[in-house]
Design a protein around this ligand. Structure first.
Ligand code: SF4
Length: 302
């Protein structure tokens, strides 16, 4: 006979997950000063698990926040064939959240401009960004919240490093090029697996994300797969890579725009602080000690 899970245990686990999500989101919001007193946050909701979870947890955090801020959910209906128009309005009405559905047929534009078989996401994202900035102005929103999570940030970081030759990713807080908007990513610290579980627990009415028929982004998928493999074969590596993004040491990289190597001279009166000791930090010492000893052994042997 099939045994049913103990409902008390299930409720306990669900509650634990909510607490984790609140803690991680609250931490990111505080670390980057994402939301301030009096803000009106436009929460972009696509119908995917991430943006549903972001809205849900922001509502919980607002209840206990020491500051006052407003939330307005916004969905962009891009007129993709088969887009179920009623799902989001019904859900948001049920949540009793103010919302706005912006209807813009970006689907036809993208299909007209991009040849068949090519990835359409680049143009689609640019069009969407422009529309969301305009809608934010019209609604008087002071912040635009997007539902990118920890793995989105890591994938973008790896893509930029492997294919773009740059160390950069999606920042948790960003000013638009014209300086008129601030984009925030409150899920920046949240692992994707928590959002997958939360979405199942909450039974969010997910809208499929392949309605546009775009070709999958093969490079991004490869990064996603690599992170999943790391998680299995080297537990902790994904977390450590993410942590590295929050602990950058410019004096130990090679970008002379970030650190003035040219002006680095012998000067015991003003040490720069991050010297040779920083090479050892974060390791168990074995590897870096070997590296330091190698030339000494070489010198003593000859
Ligand atoms: S998957 Fe489709 S809707 Fe999403 S960004 Fe790409 S083209 Fe646009």
């Amino acid at each position: 006979m099939k045994s049913h899970p103990d409902p008390r245990k299930v409720a306990f686990e669900e509650n634990k997950l909510v607490k984790k999500l609140c803690r991680l989101m609250g931490q990111a919001i505080s670390d980057f000063n994402m939301i301030e007193d009096g803000d009106k946050v436009m929460v972009c909701v696509s119908g995917g698990k991430d943006s549903y979870a972001m809205l849900d947890i922001l509502l919980k955090l607002r209840e206990r926040a020491p500051i006052h801020f407003d939330l307005i959910a916004v969905n962009l209906d891009q007129k993709q064939p088969g887009f179920p128009e009623d799902i989001l309005p019904n859900y948001l009405r049920h949540l009793q959240v103010p919302f706005h559905i912006e209807e813009q047929d970006t689907y036809s534009i993208v299909k007209r401009v991009i040849p068949d078989g090519k990835t359409t996401c680049g143009l689609c994202s640019r069009l969407r960004r422009g529309i969301l900035y305009r809608v934010a102005d019209e609604l008087g929103a002071t912040k635009i919240a997007l539902g990118h999570h920890r793995e989105d940030i890591l994938e973008t970081f790896l893509l930029n490093m492997f294919y773009g030759g740059q160390l950069k990713s999606m920042p948790p807080k960003l000013q638009s090029d014209d300086g008129k908007h601030i984009v925030i990513r409150p899920l920046a610290y949240v692992p994707e697996k928590y959002l997958e579980r939360y979405s199942l627990d909450q039974e969010f009415p997910i809208i499929p994300c392949n309605l546009c028929g775009s070709q999958p982004n093969l490079q991004r998928n490869a990064m996603k797969e690599m992170l999943k493999q790391w998680e299995k074969s080297h537990p902790g590596r994904v977390e450590s890579t993410f942590k590295a993004l929050t602990h950058v040491v410019p004096s130990h990289l090679l970008d002379s725009d970030l650190f003035n190597f040219k002006e680095l001279h012998i000067d015991p009166s003003t040490p720069v602080g991050m010297g040779d000791m920083a090479i050892d930090e974060g390791f168990d010492g074995a590897c870096s000690t070997d590296q330091i000893l190698q030339p000494i052994q070489f010198v003593s042997l000859t």
